[in-house]
Ligand binder design. Structure first.
Ligand SMILES: [Ca+2]
Ligand SMILES: [Ca+2]
Ligand SMILES: [Ca+2]
Length: 255
């Protein structure tokens, strides 16, 4: 059984299947979802998730027969946009051809090499990078959507697996990924676990047998970053969360 096969390997991480959960996987015939979840020392679970999706395809243009894509925000091509609030929403399918485009109800996106300390110096003690040195967040909102395209093309695509590394999840069930089919119906909302140590990481990833995920809504805690906004663990009113690696299976043209 898929669930138990990995149980011995996850250590402190928790992994569970929720295919029979009518709340998180609605629909007449709920698709079988496998959820990977970890906090603190998340490395082993992230490695497992990568391995299940397949070998890295980097920024290779065009749909590949298998494998995964991964955005770590740290590449040289992104440097000109570091620490600004206008990171291009289509950067990861134009400059770098990784099949990802973003939208946000906020005002922009920020690829940050200072742990967002240029927005608020206190943030340097809240956030950490999983892969050095950059982390990422929307600006003016704590939410954004990732949609998928065939790498290097404006062709809508779907994936079978999607996962995110978060930094500084303080509140339960507020930092989530909600997955959607191409018709806009939800495939469920999955929570990142609360960090198990100060400044620690959280990971949540979901896979399906088939490529049915067309869009992901990523919600980071309960508030947007701001010069006068403190994290809930530093006396503030909201849970501020940023993200690092986005990991997803090869975007496939909708067939
Ligand atoms: Ca990074
Ligand atoms: Ca915190
Ligand atoms: Ca926080």
């Amino acid at each position: 059984m898929r669930t138990t096969r990995w149980m011995g390997l996850v250590g402190a991480a928790v992994m569970m299947a929720c295919s029979d959960d009518p709340v998180t996987a609605p629909g007449p015939v709920p698709p079988l979802a496998t959820v990977f979840s970890a906090t603190g020392r998340i490395g082993a679970t992230v490695s497992q998730f990568r391995a299940i999706l397949g070998a890295p395809n980097g920024g290779i243009a065009g749909e590949q027969p298998a494998g995964r894509r991964e955005i770590n925000w740290d590449g040289a091509a992104a440097i000109p946009f570091n620490n600004r609030n206008d990171f291009p929403a289509d950067f990861f399918n134009t400059t770098v051809k990784a099949g990802a485009v973003f939208t946000t109800p906020g005002t922009g996106f920020r690829n940050d090499s200072t742990l967002f300390s240029e927005i608020n110096p206190d943030y340097a003690t809240q956030f950490l990078f999983f892969t050095a040195p950059n982390v990422f967040a929307p600006i003016g909102s704590n939410q954004f959507d990732q949609s998928f395209q065939v790498a290097g093309q404006p062709t809508p695509a779907v994936v079978r697996g999607f996962g995110v590394v978060f930094s500084d999840v303080d509140l339960a069930d507020q930092t989530t990924i909600q997955l959607f089919r191409q018709d806009g119906s939800s495939l469920g909302t999955y929570s990142a676990p609360v960090r198990s140590d100060e400044g620690g990481f959280s990971f949540v990833g979901v896979t399906f047998a088939d490529a049915i995920i067309a869009r992901v809504r990523i919600t980071l805690g309960t508030g947007a970053l701001g010069a006068n906004v403190e994290d809930i663990s530093a006396g503030g009113a909201v849970d501020l969360v940023v993200l690092d690696n986005l990991i997803y299976s090869e975007p496939r043209k909708v067939r």
